[in-house]
Design a protein around this ligand. Structure first.
Ligand code: PLP
Length: 382
């Protein structure tokens, strides 16, 4: 039997989403009919280039950017690496400091750690006692020696929405030369994103979180901002990211973005309703605490079932055909320390379970989840 059948309840959409029919169709078309190399000078090449350009136009338009500023990568991990390492290559000779939030995804945090090993100073700004980050704390952390600030828009573990716009505009007011980078992976197609409104010089996107296919992402780089490429070769993507473009994955990314763009608001409202419903149902179970902030992205709900270890609960739910995640899916069950930054520690962090929805999630699915959580809570000891 497949792991996913009609009876399964997939609630791990922050880890990855099911590709939509439009994305699959676009990928298949690019593989079967439009399989030229975009760099080739004949018609097959031109047609492939047109498919890539179309996706670029859709994605650029979706974030209020010019097409010439969007580059395709292998995913947001690469986009984040390019943002940090590329900016260090371009600006890091004279300036040595990078400021990030202490709740970044590993693809930013580990890359910052690599820069630290190479001699740069990295300042990680933590949430205050109330579990929230403040623009003023980032502004204080920046100085004349800082060349880059990087912070995500929506945290992947709790759904917390970071004050990116306030922070970037405060930093730019004092230090107009600091480059601002935002990892928008968990926000893209869930919250409206406009590069200018966000004051972002660079943003990272991933296709597989928006019902596209794994293995493709994008980076927006504002005109005039320099990055030294981390992948060199045939100078595709204007030399920013060499390597033959994955036309099927890029076309699928464009198709998924085109499908979702008109319904951001409508889906947000629907998922907000689902979150409220889920929290009401969970409140019926004694011993459940909610780790996500009330005003976080409704797509992610992080809870703890007191004294029941995450992995044990996760596998109990799996035995009922319900798929959730413990903390961050990227870390394969390893605690990332991000929950601790939000003040969720010890036993509560050990029992954290992340439920992540889409607009297709139903109340019936959430009923099944809450019933299984209640049963798991009774049956699991430790
Ligand atoms: N940034 C955030 C916030 C994420 O949640 C993820 C994936 O979980 C990534 C970056 C990495 O994205 P990708 O899987 O496209 O490399």
């Amino acid at each position: 039997m497949d792991w996913f059948d009609d009876m399964s309840v997939y609630l791990d959409n922050a880890a990855t989403t099911r590709p939509c029919a439009e994305a699959v169709e676009a990928a298949v078309k690019a593989m079967t009919e439009n399989y030229g190399n975009p760099s080739s000078l004949h018609k097959a090449g031109l047609d492939a280039q047109l498919a890539v350009d179309y996706a670029r136009k859709v994605i650029a338009g979706s974030i209020g950017a010019d097409s010439s500023c969007v580059y395709f990568t292998s995913g947001a991990t690469e986009s984040n690496n390019l943002a940090l390492r590329g900016a260090a290559g371009a600006y890091g000779r004279r300036k040595k400091k990078v400021v990030i939030s202490a709740v970044e995804h590993a693809s930013v945090d580990e890359t910052a750690a690599a820069l630290e090993n190479a001699g740069y100073t990295v300042v990680r700004v933590s949430p205050r006692e109330d579990g929230r980050l403040y623009a003023a704390d980032f502004a204080v952390a920046c100085d004349e020696d800082t060349f880059l600030i990087s912070m995500m828009l929506v945290n992947n573990e709790t759904g917390y929405i970071l004050p990116v716009k306030e922070t970037f505009s405060a930093v730019k007011r004092r230090f107009p030369d600091i480059i601002t980078h935002c990892d928008c992976v968990q926000a893209y197609m869930k919250l409206p994103i406009k590069v200018n409104a966000l004051c972002a010089d660079m943003i990272s996107l991933s296709a597989h979180k928006i019902h596209g296919v794994k293995g493709v992402g994008a980076i927006y780089i504002k005109k005039g901002v320099r990055v030294v490429p981390i992948v060199t070769g045939g100078k595709q993507e204007k030399g920013i990211r060499s390597g033959t473009e994955s036309v099927p994955l890029i076309a699928a990314f464009g198709a998924a973005a085109e499908k979702l763009l008109p319904t951001i608001q409508e889906r947000y409202e629907k998922v907000s309703g689902l979150k409220a419903y889920l929290l009401d149902r969970l409140a019926e179970i004694d011993g459940i605490s909610v780790n996500s902030p009330e005003d976080g992205s409704p797509y992610v709900v992080n809870i703890s079932a007191e004294g029941r270890r995450s992995e044990i609960m996760l596998h109990f739910l799996e035995s009922k055909g319900i798929y959730v995640s413990s903390g961050s899916a990227c870390s394969k069950g390893q605690q990332s320390g991000v929950l601790g930054q939000f003040g969720i520690r010890d036993k509560r962090a050990d029992s954290a379970v992340r439920i992540s929805m889409t607009a297709e999630t139903t109340e019936e699915e959430l009923d099944r989840l809450t019933e299984a959580v209640a049963e798991g809570f009774e049956k699991i000891r430790g």
